[in-house]
Design a protein around this ligand. Sequence first.
Ligand SMILES: Cc1ncc(COP(=O)(O)O)c(C=O)c1O
Length: 375
Amino acid sequence: MKTEVAKKINCLDLKGQHQQIKKEIFEAFEKVYENTAFSGGPFVEEFEKGFADFCGTKYAVGLNNGTSALHLVMLALGIGEGDEVIVPANTFVATAWGVSYSGATPVFVDCTSDTWQIDATKLEQKITPKTKAIIGVHLYGQPFDINAVAEIAKKHKLFLVEDAAQAQGAKYKNTVVGGFGEMACFSFYPGKNLGACGEAGGVTTNNEAYAKHLQSLRNHGSLVRYYHDEIGYNYRMGGLEGASLSIKLKYLSGWNDRRKQIAKRYQGEIKNSAVKLQLQPEWADSIYHLFVVTTENREEFIKYLNENNINPALHYPVPCHLQKAYAHLGYKKGDCPNAEYLAEHCVSLPMYAELTDEEVNRVIAVINKYGNNKG
Ligand SMILES: Cc1ncc(COP(=O)(O)O)c(C=O)c1O
């Protein structure tokens, strides 16, 4: 008799989503093709308008990826050599890249021990006369405590920037993120909750001057063709990416709701003292880009999950301040203990809208049988 082998459940699987909307996406691609609108143009503009509406901001500027968004935002704020920008140690390293590209120095601050987001109580000790901005990250899709960080930014006359790369549609105190700081940076990398068919990113803002400046910077420093007012970049969004994003934007709220449903089940039904979940403050409406947990013996836990055909991931195994790329800044182990603990103990469980109820059941049941679980 054949024993049935359970299908492997990966941390993320993009196939289901793309099968669902393949026809619509291909029709949109055809329109881009017929219009030869491959770089910027009407399909990008349509997305920019739709995304600004979605975020409740006046402007959205489409770019080639989220890292470029962070770079251009630094430039638009006039940040450069000799300046410092405070960045959480627990984030994807690209949050810091924009600061480094501008010539400024990222200054890493620890996260809290429970929400795992930027720790507002540790910000003031990082502020120096060179500090110009704080970048808060809505990591894993959960808004950071914006009011607490904004208060400190205001007190010290610093710019506040949101890195919302993982948080399209997340809400802080019932308001969609993207309009809280001077500007907010988004990634539309394919694996994000709103991901393009290709690489893409963008910035939202309520400030017209910033929006205009970003439009110029992304386009070789030019708003009028062949007239270059400053050194610029080729950071434009592609037409195919813009068209795919407009289609997916229509589905985003439904997909986010399904992720929330799955998260609710994990939160209510995973009962294993060996597995710790992220605290969800009542003001944070996360869109669960990732569902990260911690466990003491990570290697053993991952081996166990793999043996049960569950394939988790790590976000992220090395905190920014201990990355080799930033060794010259002189950080050492112990400087950001909460971020270091997370890096060593985090595990990302399967999380995407197309996970079936049976798959969610299986993840929960497997985790509840892990170790000497007594609940
Ligand atoms: C928190 C964060 N910031 C920035 C980025 C950079 O975005 P991209 O990969 O589109 O350049 C990402 C995505 O990878 C991210 O997760």
